[in-house]
Design a protein around this ligand. Structure first.
Ligand code: ZN
Length: 298
């Protein structure tokens, strides 16, 4: 019997925006990381390759801000399908070059500011706009629809509804929430309890938390494992810091790859089987986690 817990752990990539910025790409709002899809596809491909080379078994498309609403703010609304499909192709090129077995996660982000649930549009609008993104991502050939950094129930339910509607039989979708750092109980940034809702999502491939600081993530993973159906994977990919109420970035000790890996090891011990990084993380973190997993197996 060779099946071990370690072998079933999927390592996903770390931050895309952070690495693009390090490589000199303009990531100013409203386009943010979508700048790279338009102006620097070769740099974006390099970012994907670096994560795959570091050991990631899945990479995330740079489609966080290719939705119609974000592009419209830069006068590019009519390029939503083109740029979303292009971002998928860039990820696929990197995958084909480095690890043809790797999964492509199609990122579906909040339509407005990730940390401002009060700005989330009504259900119908969310359903229409996320429906477009999911259609283009699936047409591009992503392996998983990743509805991420969700900050309120309404918007996530609308996106999940579209994933269920459009997904071919057996297709994989996952949802990840940006929860309140204060922890128990499991609540969205909008303050809604996730406990009852998540327990109903037994057709999800995975349910997770992301974009909260690494030291705050353990409590959320434990809560997830206690409410998410047992057949559904738990995902965790954290930030190395957090934004304070004034909007200033406060780094934590997770800025160090070894420290980040220690946090990730704890999430695994708590039941997470999909692990990666969010804002501020780099290929060094993914490499350190890959080495940690390898040493546990070997
Ligand atoms: Zn993040």
């Amino acid at each position: 019997m060779m099946t071990s817990l370690e072998e079933s752990i999927l390592l996903i990539d770390g931050a895309t925006g952070t690495l693009l910025e390090r490589k000199g790409v303009d990531i100013s709002l409203p386009l943010w990381s979508a700048h790279a899809v338009i102006e620097h596809p070769e740099v974006l491909e390099e970012v994907h390759r670096e994560y795959l080379e570091a050991g990631a078994g899945a990479i995330t498309t740079c489609t966080f801000r290719t939705n119609r609403r974000a592009l419209a703010k830069a006068g590019l609304a009519d390029r939503t399908e083109e740029l979303t499909r292009k971002a998928v192709e860039i990820a696929q090129r990197a995958r084909d070059a480095v690890n043809p077995e790797a999964l492509i996660l199609g990122s579906v982000a909040p339509l407005e500011d990730c940390y401002r649930p009060d700005l989330a549009p009504d259900y119908e609008t969310c359903s229409i706009e996320h429906g477009m993104m999911i259609e283009y991502l699936l047409a591009g050939g992503v392996d998983v629809i990743l509805i991420e950094t969700q900050n309120c129930l309404r918007e996530s339910e609308a996106a999940i509804g579209q994933a269920r509607k459009q997904m071919p039989a057996g297709g994989k979708w996952m949802v990840s929430y940006c929860t309140k750092r204060e922890g128990a109980p499991l609540v969205t940034l909008a303050g809604e309890s996730l406990t009852e809702y998540l327990a109903t999502l037994d057709d999800a491939w995975a349910i997770g938390v992301n974009c909260i600081a690494a030291p705050s993530t353990e409590s959320q993973v434990k809560l997830l494992r206690s409410v998410v159906p047992s057949n559904v994977r738990i995902a965790a990919y954290a930030n190395i810091g957090y934004a304070d109420p004034m909007g200033n970035w406060i780094p934590t000790d997770a800025v160090d790859p070894e420290r980040y890996t220690n946090y990730a090891a704890q999430w695994i011990a708590d039941g997470a089987t999909i692990i990666g990084g969010c804002c501020g993380t780099r290929p060094e973190m993914i490499k350190a986690i890959a080495e940690h997993l390898h040493s546990r197996v070997g």
